[in-house]
Ligand binder design. Structure first.
Ligand code: SAM
Length: 278
């Protein structure tokens, strides 16, 4: 049996009695950083062997843990804070266990993503979790491009020293008017939720060097005004623009903006329909 155990994201009072019980029962604990977990264990009077399990050893260590589980031991996997597997180690181990038929149970705890969403003041009924944006410019650009028409509320993690650049990139991708909640140091002494738009957020991060941990909750793309256009209507709109002298790329861009459909798709269909007429 493997237990996936959530740990506090700042306030030790959030550690559940059931989590304490399970950590006392298991044979060993796989921890992202054994020093961090040792402090948690000491606070709750838990003595248990720790095995380091983190990003750079998870392939080999995952196999070793799986062999021990298959031999009949029980283990818990924890990360430094929050839910394992969510932008944290654990996902691989759960997959290995699932493939090998080893039972996995969750002992839920706080997650910064869902906690931030709840206090953001933005729509919560539908949302996407985007984790950390890549530091590679090309990958980051592609990721943000893919979200330009995303209507659901989006959740991002970011390190404080990268926040000014990331907020500039979000502003560039989604426009300065888009609403954002900067959720800082949740459950800790300096907990703060700043609600503003991306223009203001980028300026704020430039002027006030961000400190502490942040989750960024960004409003989804607003519904286009008026009646929603379907694909046929968007194409007909684009064709009218062509007749008025616009180039196909510009016609597709305006039709995409008006309909909320993908510019690439509309451009492809537009060019296809022109070719079919020739
Ligand atoms: N697995 C964790 C979870 O479920 O919350 C997330 C781990 S991820 C490596 C760490 C990121 O989570 C931080 O960079 C920050 O974006 C966010 N985070 C963690 N604790 C936080 C807190 N107390 N307040 C705000 N953001 C937090």
């Amino acid at each position: 049996m493997l237990y996936v155990v959530g740990t506090p994201i700042g306030n030790l009072g959030d550690f559940s009695p059931r989590a304490v019980e399970i950590l006392k029962q298991v044979d060993f604990i796989a921890a992202e950083d054994t020093r961090v977990t040792l402090k948690l264990l000491n606070h709750f009077g838990i003595q248990k062997p720790l095995v380091s399990y983190y990003e750079h050893n998870l392939r080999q260590r995952g196999q070793e843990i799986l062999r021990r589980l298959e031999a009949g031991e029980t283990a818990a996997v924890v990360s430094d804070a929050g839910m394992p597997c969510i932008s944290d180690p654990g996902e691989d181990l759960v997959r290995l266990c699932a493939q090998a038929g080893v039972e996995v149970q969750v002992i839920p705890g706080p997650s910064a993503a869902v906690s931030a969403l709840a206090v953001s003041g933005l729509p919560t009924s539908r949302f996407t979790f985007e984790g950390f944006l890549s530091t590679n410019r090309k990958n980051r650009g592609e990721h943000l491009d893919s979200l330009k028409q995303e209507r659901r509320t989006m959740i991002f993690y970011e390190a404080p020293h990268k926040l000014p650049t990331t907020l500039e990139d979000l502003k560039e991708a989604f426009g300065g008017d888009r609403r954002i909640a900067l959720c800082r140091e949740l459950t800790k002494l300096h907990e703060q939720v700043l609600r503003m738009n991306l223009e203001q957020a980028a300026a704020y991060a430039r002027e006030t060097p961000p400190r502490g941990e942040y989750v960024l909750v960004v409003e989804g793309c607003p519904e286009p005004e008026g009646e929603a256009m379907d694909e046929a209507q968007a194409l007909s709109f684009a064709r009218k623009l062509l007749e008025q002298g616009e180039k196909p790329t510009e016609a597709a861009r305006q039709a995409a903006k008006a309909s909320g459909l993908s510019k690439g798709l509309l451009y492809k269909k537009l060019v296809q329909s022109l070719a079919e007429e020739d």
